[in-house]
Design a protein around this ligand. Structure first.
Ligand SMILES: [Zn+2]
Length: 244
């Protein structure tokens, strides 16, 4: 059925820029962005700041937004959370039948979501945080961290704990890593005090100036990096599922 291919061509383009990228093919852009981000931090504020970030945006959109998201791996990675909570939360439907483009489709979150209406359950939870990745401590980089339900609950517990929170407390950093288990991926989150960063992870804390620059680039509450499809887009998926 040609329906699938039509869907892929028409829908993949607008959403791809804000979706998780394919695993490969964006290495050059990532390096460039990281370098740019590093230069911004090292040279301080001033006119170069805006110019640097303009380049970042250009390169990032040329690469299909490939380096927007934090990529958690098997090595413990130090991050700094910038807000005191997620700037956006959503559930997503997972549509295996989508061959070209992201299989993850944002649920409208309302009773009239067309995919919910045909009985598909939005099983995947995402909370989106702005974080600075210190994976390469020389080049701190602003990323969006797409967090699943387990880690989101841990973060909420810390955020609402007077003694351990808030998440963006000045002296508070985190480490995150993932472990590939037989049938699932497990994430491990740990709090790190700023004073232990150097000794335990060989990472220097962000300067106040760098931190402020990153904070200025943060998303506002309610911003969506993962855009919902419009009615037409949803209808195409529904048709595709019904045709099967
Ligand atoms: Zn839905």
């Amino acid at each position: 059925m040609s329906e699938t291919r039509i869907y892929g061509r028409r829908r993949a383009l607008p959403t791809r820029a804000t979706e998780k990228p394919a695993a490969t093919g964006t290495d050059t852009a990532i390096t460039r962005r990281d370098v740019l981000a590093g230069r911004v931090v090292k040279t301080g504020a001033g006119p170069a700041h805006a110019a640097g970030w303009d380049d970042v945006d250009k390169v990032a959109s040329a690469a299909g937004g490939g380096d927007l998201y934090l990529k958690v791996n098997e090595n413990r990675m130090v991050i700094k959370i910038l807000g005191d909570g997620p700037f956006d939360v959503c559930a997503s439907h997972w549509i295996d039948e989508i061959e070209d483009g992201s299989k993850s489709v944002r649920c409208w979150g309302t009773p009239d979501c067309p995919l919910c209406a045909i009985g598909d359950k939005a099983k995947r939870f995402s909370a989106f945080f702005d974080v600075v990745s210190l994976e390469d401590p020389e080049y701190p980089a602003l990323k969006v961290w797409d967090v699943g339900i387990k880690i989101a609950r841990q973060l909420k517990e810390i955020a609402t704990d007077e003694k351990r929170g808030p998440l963006n407390r000045g002296d508070l950093y985190f480490t995150i890593r993932k472990e590939q288990k037989k049938k699932s991926v497990e994430y491990t989150l740990e709090r790190v005090k700023e004073r232990d960063l150097d000794e335990e992870y060989n990472v220097s804390p962000l300067s106040e100036e760098a931190l402020q620059q990153f904070q200025a680039e943060c998303h506002e509450y309610g911003d969506k990096v993962k855009e919902p499809l419009d009615e037409e887009g949803m209808e195409e998926i529904v048709r595709m599922l019904m045709d099967d």
